[in-house]
Design a protein around this ligand. Structure first.
Ligand code: NA7
Length: 541
């Protein structure tokens, strides 16, 4: 329940309201200003940056290379910014985002420390009224949800958390001042990307670390290092071409030649040599994009999965631990493939213990630690690397409705429904950036943010030129798109994993595959076609 405000402020009138000031919200402000529209973003954090503002856990780093994971809209910006390492750290990316906000003068248009609580569309006036926990009432014809996909951190509903005498943390709500684990007995619950990145850092500091793993995840070496000057200058010399080429790749990341063969068409020794090369090179894209069918053919995928399992067995000395770490319940790549630095090696340390939270689940947090169904663990600190209410969490936290009583939460009870991931039938003039039904989370996020917002900006221009005041997705177009998203997903191996893509990490959440995995080119083509046909599938009024 949102806290009740005691202050009433004068109503703010805008052309567009932006919710969130992460990478999506900031780019939205930039584009809206270019259209001459008066816009403001409301941001819950006390700083801008979204994901990169909140996820400050030790070792937090992007798993897409820094020269790719950045805005492309300004060539000057991409030429002048210097990334110190192959992959950006949380701190470095946050510095970049702040630089962008200053360089493009966006900061004054962001209201910080302010959480949007309700958004109501009036069908008579065609206006959205948004209220915040600080008592703001804001009115505008358009509302742009840049609320992020992994922005609602989730601590599982463990019994007894309030009794714990030590300190506990969630990776997505990490204290700004950092945490010193020196001399402490630490428990980490969760081994997704956040856990995998953080565990080596905590192990190096803590007196003892116990990792409670429910599902083993595949992780590949990042092979991070200082930015090579030659790599940087070649990349920068070809930036515009590279950015353009990225739109022709499924994940929106250029520089990886498209695969031409099935993994099964290659003799085993040659295949393993190729995997070995990619293992040495580091990164997940080149590995998953090595053969045409790694994400669509289980037998092909088995070859890559087994290669990585054998690597784990080779690195981790204790046999029981190695087998626990070797994922067997999902094909590689069907959960977010982690990138790490010394993750598996960490389990060779004498102060690190891996426990199987699948066979002995955490039952209760106690005053002195936690108890699984097998035993009690004494801990001074607990870290929840337990993930997020992904993709729909942040939108469902806001009470989004229309004057005729339609509520987004009710509409999405059985899973999210959108047209192109951009709009929801029944909720006119509300755009979503990289929402469910869009390829966002399966791509280089910033490319998708720019593509979505460029499409939205063109759409707003069209509405203005033609004198329309309302755009609304049609139910039929939405249903067809949702069916298409599902059909495409079910031609792949993705549904075989219990992932946050499916909502499977939240007890009781409806399991539907949420992202569009047809790739960037197919998606962009569809968006462009829809616009070229006068916004086909939308009703303009
Ligand atoms: P993830 O990838 O959702 O990982 C959460 C982890 O927490 C995962 O290993 C879960 O196991 C585990 N978990 C969740 N609840 C429990 C309970 N009750 N007991 C034990 N273990 C639990 O979140 P991350 O923050 O690591 O990464 C999110 C994304 O950020 C990532 O995909 C990248 O895109 C960046 P499970 O697998 O559900 O069995």
């Amino acid at each position: 329940m949102a806290p009740k405000s005691t202050v009433t402020r004068p109503k703010i009138q805008l052309d567009a309201i932006v919710v969130g000031a992460g990478l999506g919200g900031l780019y939205a402000l930039h584009r809206l200003r270019g259209l001459g529209l008066k816009a403001r973003a409301f941001e819950a954090g006390d700083g801008i940056g979204g994901t990169w503002f909140w996820n400050r856990y030790p070792g937090a780093r992007c798993d897409v290379e820094s020269l790719e994971y950045s805005y492309s809209f300004s060539n000057e910006l991409q030429q002048e910014w210097k990334w110190p390492e192959r992959y950006g750290t949380q701190g470095e990316i946050l510095k970049y985002i702040n630089h962008v906000a200053d360089r493009f003068d966006l900061r004054a248009q962001v209201t910080l420390n302010t959480r949007v609580t309700t958004a109501i569309f009036d069908r008579k006036t065609n206006l959205w009224t948004v209220t915040t926990d600080k008592g703001d009432v804001v009115e505008a014809p358009y509302c742009i949800m840049a609320t992020g996909n992994l922005s609602t951190p989730r601590v599982p509903d463990f019994k007894g958390l309030q009794n714990f005498k030590g300190k506990w943390y969630h990776t997505g709500l990490w204290p700004k001042e950092g945490v010193d684990f020196s001399g402490l007995r630490v428990g980490v619950i969760g081994t997704g990307s956040s856990g995998v990145q953080m565990i080596p850092h905590i192990a190096a500091q803590a007196k003892h670390l116990t990792v409670f793993q429910r599902t083993a995840n595949f992780s590949l070496p990042a092979r991070n290092g200082p930015m090579e000057p030659a790599r940087e200058s070649t990349h920068k010399a070809n930036y515009p071409e590279r950015r353009k080429a990225a739109y022709d790749t499924p994940f929106g990341i250029a520089g990886h030649p498209p695969p031409t063969q099935s993994a099964l068409d290659v003799p085993e020794a040659e295949r393993n040599r190729a995997y070995e090369e990619k293992w040495k090179e580091g990164g997940s894209i080149s590995f998953l994009y090595g053969y045409t069918d790694l994400l669509t053919n289980k037998a092909s995928n088995d070859t890559a999965s087994e290669f990585v399992r054998n690597k784990i067995r080779g690195i981790v000395k204790d046999k029981r631990t190695a087998e626990l770490l070797a994922p067997k319940d999902h094909p590689i790549g069907t959960k977010r493939l982690c990138l790490d630095t010394n993750y598996y090696e960490t389990y060779n340390r004498a102060n690190v213990l891996l426990e199987d939270a699948r066979s002995a689940p955490v039952e209760e947090i106690t005053a002195n630690g936690l108890r699984t169904t097998a035993k009690q663990y004494d801990l001074d600190a607990i870290v929840f690397a337990t993930g997020f209410d992904a993709m729909t969490g942040a939108l469902n936290e806001i009470d989004i409705r229309t004057s005729d009583g339609t509520r987004l939460r009710d509409k999405w009870e059985g899973g999210p429904l959108t047209y192109l991931g951009l709009m929801v039938a029944g909720f006119p003039n509300m755009f979503v950036i990289t929402g469910p039904g869009s390829p966002g989370v399966k791509t280089q996020m910033i490319l998708s943010i720019e593509q979505h917002m460029d499409w939205i900006a063109d759409c707003l221009k069209h509405l203005k030129t033609k004198g329309y005041h309302r755009i609304e997705a049609e139910e039929k177009a939405e249903t067809e798109w949702v069916d298409h998203v599902n059909e495409v997903a079910h031609k792949t191996l993705y549904p075989l994993a219990h992932s946050w893509y499916m909502g499977a990490n939240i007890p009781g959440k409806t399991r539907v595959f949420m992202p569009y995995v047809g790739g960037v080119p197919a998606y962009k083509r569809k968006c462009d076609e829809v616009a070229a046909k006068g916004y086909e599938g939308f009703t303009l009024a």
